[in-house]
Design a protein around this ligand. Structure first.
Ligand code: NAP
Ligand code: FER
Length: 336
């Protein structure tokens, strides 16, 4: 039996290509004393991985050429030499794009398969859910009756943000990249309104129509022209929670847009970026609340699942282009 791994073969220019990755087979590693061997079941593909493929330092170092791609995984322990883990435990950790990984257990979270489907540890009950929870509530600080606008609204983070904002009594408007996504937001997730940015010419006009009382909180997943328009109509004391700028991640040269920051003066608005990791000491609180909402049927979670580790690059590239509704995952194996 061999381990299949996906390595970074070359640094992408623009949108990544399948040839930027390389599938290799090698011996399954053996766990040393104090280590566990994890068999991957689900792999998460996320926008931040695009940044890690560049030769540029950010909050974390770049993936080196020839190294296994980084990523969150839900897996089962097939061998344990670690006192806190047992064979058969289901865990979530940063095990990378591979079928088997050894780990010393640091940063590894035990998952209760009775609580929810194990894949949710990578979606509503994992990093994206926590990003939505803290990025909306702590950075955006929505109040009941306020208008919350969410870009990237049909994705893993955005779909959670909109539903949490509804639970907090807000009017919620979404921006997404297809008519099907717009319908999903309004019909299934309870958004008050949404529009397709790919078929809308005048964002300012559309935003004014859908947000007659202006925008109090803007949860920004995408940046670019939609964000430019929002800055022009943000309300007095509005808050912009800068979660992501995916419209910029594949650009070879930074885009120069209109300069609307001066609009924030009159409005005394606040723009604040955040990293989900800054809330690490409060993850238990966030997960408890998200699990409560999810299990009570107050938050819906959709996953787009592609089969097989060999299809991870395609799933990742597809996600960057908007082929997912909800969280994009790769199923690697069935739980034994
Ligand atoms: P996601 O929304 O599930 O998937 C990415 C989505 O981005 C696609 O489905 C696509 O949907 C949209 N997109 C792609 N290119 C775009 C463009 N040029 N303009 C507008 N939309 C575009 O991904 P996610 O995991 O939930 O992440 C969403 C955002 O949150 C990303 O920007 C990510 O970097 C950020 N994030 C930040 C943190 C943090 O700690 N700050 C943590 C997690 C995620 P459409 O069909 O709508 O185009
Ligand atoms: C993400 C996008 C960007 C993310 C982190 C970053 C954890 C950080 C970028 C940087 O430090 O340059 O989705 O998720």
């Amino acid at each position: 039996m061999l381990n299949k791994q996906i390595l970074l073969a070359q640094r992408p220019v623009g949108l990544p290509k399948e040839s930027d990755f390389k599938l290799v087979e090698s011996a399954i590693p053996k766990p040393a004393e104090g280590q566990i061997l994890v068999r991957s079941l689900f792999l998460s593909v996320d926008p931040y991985m695009r940044g890690r493929m560049n030769d540029a330092k950010s909050y974390a170092p770049p993936v080196k050429l020839g190294e296994v791609m980084v990523g969150g995984v839900v897996g089962e322990i097939t061998q344990s030499n670690h006192p806190q883990f047992q064979t058969g435990d289901v865990v979530e950790g940063f095990f990378g794009w591979q079928e088997y990984a050894v780990s010393d257990g640091k940063g590894v979270r035990k998952i209760d398969p009775q609580l929810a489907p194990i894949s949710t540890a990578l979606s509503v009950l994992g990093m994206p859910g926590l990003t939505a929870y803290f990025g909306l509530l702590e950075i955006g600080k929505p109040q009941s009756g306020e208008t919350v606008l969410v870009s990237g609204a049909a994705g893993a983070v955005g779909s959670m943000v909109g539903q949490i904002a509804k639970l907090k009594g807000c009017r919620v408007v979404g921006v997404a990249g297809s008519d099907d996504k717009v319908e999903y937001l309004v019909r299934e997730l309870g958004f008050d309104a949404a529009f397709n940015y790919k078929t809308t010419d005048d964002y300012l006009k559309r935003l004014k129509e859908l947000c007659p009382d202006g925008i109090d909180v803007y949860f920004d997943n995408v940046g670019g022209p939609v964000t430019d328009a929002v800055f022009r109509i943000i309300n007095v004391r509005g808050r912009v929670s800068v979660c992501g700028q995916i419209s910029q991640y594949n650009l070879a040269k930074p885009e120069m847009g209109p300069r609307f920051l001066w609009k924030l003066i009159e409005k005394r608005a606040r723009v604040e970026g955040f990293l989900v990791f800054q809330f690490a000491d409060r993850y238990a609180e966030g997960l408890k609340q998200m699990a409560e909402w999810f299990n009570a049927g107050k938050i819906r979670n959709r996953e787009n699942v592609v089969q097989g580790i060999q299809n991870a690059p395609r799933a990742f590239i597809g996600m960057l282009q908007g082929q997912n509704t909800g969280k994009q995952l790769v199923k690697i194996a069935d739980c034994k």
